[in-house]
Structure formats: C-alpha cells, structure tokens
Design a protein around this ligand. Structure first.
Ligand SMILES: O=C1O[C@H](COP(=O)(O)O)[C@@H](O)[C@H](O)[C@H]1O
Length: 230
C-alpha cells in the first residue's frame, strides 16, 4: 500500500531568496532540536541549490558541536572525487565549521553500492527520526538517488539504504537512503530551482507518481521552489 503524500508548496521570487530562506530554516530547526533534544540530525542533499545553501551556512553562528550530518545519497566514486555529494558538502561547508568529524556520517560509497548500503544501514540503525531532511529534485523527478522505474524502497519493510545500479544520471552506481527511511523525519524540505526542473514540477503537481512523491513523512513535505517553475 502506498501512503499519499501531503505536500505544501512555497514559491520564492528567485533562487537566491529561496536559498536565504533555507539557511534561516535550517538554523531555526537546529536551534529548536538542540534546545528540545540536545542534538540536531540533518540529512543533506547533493545538487546545485543545496550547494549554495551550504556555502551560506559557513557564516552563521550555531552550536556546531550538536549537529549530526547524514547524506541522502552518494555516488560510488573515490572519496576525494569532486562529483561526490560528501566532497561537495565538505568543500562548501563542512570543512569550514566545527562539527565534530565523528558526527559527519559519510556513505562509504567507494566500497561499492552493496557494501556501502550495508554499512550505512548499520550507521542509521542507532539514529531515530531525522530532525530535518533536505532533498533536491532532478529533471526526471528523481530525488536522492531514487530514479524513475527503479525500486524506491517505499514499503515499511524496505531496507533503510539501497544499492542503486543503472542510474540514468552518471555515475550509474550509487547508494541512497530509501523513501521509507527518508520519511522518518520531523521535517522534509525539497529545494528546487533551475528552469530544467519545470517538467518534473508539473508532473508532481498534476499527481503523477515520480520518485519525489514517494517521500511521505507523517507531517508531510515542504516543496520550496522558484516562482518561475510554476
Ligand atoms: O544526482 C543527484 O541529483 C539530485 C538533483 O540534483 P540537481 O543538481 O539536479 O539539483 C540531488 O538531489 C542528488 O542528491 C544528487 O545525487
């Protein structure tokens, strides 16, 4: 049985306005989580819009010692490869702030998708609900590394982490947190900008099943997008 996605759409005049709002929301969510539970568990997305948000996070004041970072997906490439989502996030943000290294949970994707998925599932085994999951949207409607016509891990008994092969966007071998596990979150925000996303947004808004619609947290998802995409 599939759960229907509760979706709240928010438009922003430009990508820059959207990115500034995302930075503010991340910092607010972190403060609230740290105040209420002593820690902030944040899942990062790859992609261009998130990268600019990460760059802006370098200059905010935050209690970095309480932040715990996870990755929604990763590309099976060597650790320092510029195309890895973890490398991008490190370069843009994580290398410049005082989040303890042991609290940055990189997917060991260099080990291959199957072994990396197995190890990351162990990492997530001790993590409860994420406080905030950031996701992107690909031009084909993919999110994290959940691609059209592949297994998105929707079922409650799906593995928490999927080994992905034959991804249509390079590289073909990837690792992704499953849709079911990504939905175990207090808050999920999709950050969507760039004219190339228009068809995917139209498909989503018209009720078509695309990978992004498979993320169904109890409180629904927020989709933050540039005005030009509507
Ligand atoms: O390959 C990926 O693509 C999506 C979307 O990225 P974008 O650059 O088209 O915005 C991203 O969310 C995902 O993390 C990444 O691995």
């Amino acid at each position: 049985m599939t759960t229907r996605q509760l979706c709240r759409w928010h438009t922003f005049a430009t990508a820059t306005v959207l990115e500034r709002a995302a930075v503010r929301r991340i910092v607010e969510a972190a403060s609230a989580a740290i105040q209420q539970r002593g820690a902030f568990h944040l899942v990062l997305a790859g992609g261009t819009t998130p990268r600019r948000v990460y760059e802006a996070l370098c200059s905010v004041a935050a209690d970095w010692s309480c932040w715990h970072i996870y990755f929604g997906d990763e590309r099976c490439l060597p650790p320092g490869d510029a195309e890895r989502n973890s490398r991008m996030a490190a370069k843009a943000w994580l290398d410049h702030v005082a989040i303890p290294v042991a609290q940055v949970h990189v997917m060991p994707a260099e080990l291959g998708a199957i072994e990396a998925a197995r190890r990351y599932a162990t990492t997530l085994g001790s993590v409860g609900e994420f406080d905030l999951v950031l996701l992107g949207l690909g031009e084909d409607g993919h999110t994290a590394s959940l691609f059209p016509d592949q297994d998105w891990g929707i079922a409650a008994n799906s593995p928490d982490v999927l080994a992905v092969f034959d991804a249509p966007k390079p590289p073909p071998e990837r690792v992704s947190i499953s849709a079911h596990r990504l939905g175990q979150a207090r808050e999920v925000i999709f950050l969507v900008s760039g004219a190339g996303k228009r068809d995917a947004v139209t498909a989503w808004r018209s009720g078509q099943l695309i990978p992004a619609t498979s993320i169904t947290p109890a409180l629904g998802v927020e989709v933050w997008l540039e005005q030009q995409l509507l």
